[in-house]
Design a protein around this ligand. Sequence first.
Ligand SMILES: Nc1nc2c(ncn2[C@@H]2O[C@H](COP(=O)(O)OP(=O)(O)OP(=O)(O)O)[C@@H](O)[C@H]2O)c(=O)[nH]1
Ligand SMILES: [Mg+2]
Length: 263
Amino acid sequence: MHNGNRVSVVIPAYNEEATIADVVRDFRAHPTVDEVVVVDNNCRDRTAELATAAGARVVAESAPGYGKALLCGMHAASGDYLVLVEADGSFGAYDLDKLLCYLPDCAMVMGTRTTRQMVQQGANMDFILRWGNVAAAKILELLWYIPMEPRLTDVGCTYRALHKRAFEVMAPGLTESGPGFSPEMMCEALRLGLRVIEIPVHYGMRRGGESKHSRGIAKISKTALRMFRCIFRKRFSRGVPEERRQLAQVLPGGRAASSHPIG
Ligand SMILES: Nc1nc2c(ncn2[C@@H]2O[C@H](COP(=O)(O)OP(=O)(O)OP(=O)(O)O)[C@@H](O)[C@H]2O)c(=O)[nH]1
Ligand SMILES: [Mg+2]
């Protein structure tokens, strides 16, 4: 519970038996966390069994992909606040309070992995990945400069916190099944006029298992291409329907609801 709001942690998992139990235990041990939801996305190993034993609620999603798994997990989560995190141990519960403390005024609080001082030794965030993410985030910033003027330095950080109500208004616009889902959530929030901010989080090395999105130049290029395609598609496709825009206005971080109105 955080200021009277139930907190659900959502973890997409694809063959993560090496790390899932530790990640679940880490977040369950955090005093604000009410539930941990692990999405078993056709795992062929013991991920589901180990997650359950560690105290998670496991839900199954048969449609493959990071985006599909996160969507399923966010729908299944019962909390007022949703926190997304990876199953590989690269993020820690010790950063959770920092994300949550901005939520009363924002629809979504993004982590960024590109603050050099917070990237731990061995983390998969070398020069190219770091600056590639910064460059993509700057393009996203520029594309939404008017009217939102966001300030962003990462487009691929899973670790983020958002209001469940904001997710429900965003959900009809979320269609990316793979890693493009990460920037798609940011773009959809901006399309709805929702306040999105970013804070640095610690980023560590994958604690076991195999990288799915960003190991090797071929995978990195494919992921980057999907992300760019998604960002441009979201910016230049038709605006969101008026009905959803109005619903968004009164959400926390919405234009009509902010306790500190944007100038
Ligand atoms: N459900 C589901 N989850 C996935 C899929 N691909 C990746 N994931 C999960 O999404 C998270 C991010 O995937 P990673 O392989 O860690 O990608 P990355 O963080 O870019 O790469 P690393 O450097 O290895 O951490 C992990 O929790 C994965 O288990 C998928 O197809 N389905
Ligand atoms: Mg990872």
